[in-house]
Design a protein around this ligand. Structure first.
Ligand code: SF4
Length: 74
C-alpha cells in the first residue's frame, strides 16, 4: 500500500500541500505547521498509508513542498 512520510519538524506552513490534497493535509492551529491527517508518528516523521488514487495529488504536494519534507512511497 502506498504511503506518505512527512518530516513535520521542518514544515514552514506554506499551505501548498493542503491545496493539493485537502483530504490529507491541514494546517495546525497550534503551531502553523501542516498535519498529515490520520498519520502515525514514527520517530521524527509522520506516516500515513494512502489509496492508489491519492498518489498523484500527493506527488504534486511533494514536488511543490518548498522544503522537500514530503515523501511518497509506492
Ligand atoms: S508544502 Fe511542505 S512546507 Fe508547505 S505546509 Fe506542506 S509540508 Fe509544510
Amino acid at each position: 500500500m502506498p504511503k506518505i512520510v512527512h518530516y513535520r519538524n521542518k514544515c514552514i506552513g506554506c499551505n501548498s500541500c493542503v491545496e493539493h490534497s485537502p483530504n490529507n493535509w491541514k494546517i495546525s492551529s497550534n503551531d502553523g505547521k501542516s498535519d498529515l491527517i490520520g498519520s502515525v508518528k514514527k520517530k521524527d516523521t509522520f506516516v500515513k498509508k494512502i489509496r492508489e488514487d491519492e498518489i498523484v495529488e500527493n506527488e504534486l504536494a511533494a514536488r511543490d513542498c518548498p522544503v522537500k519534507i514530503i515523501h511518497i512511497f509506492k
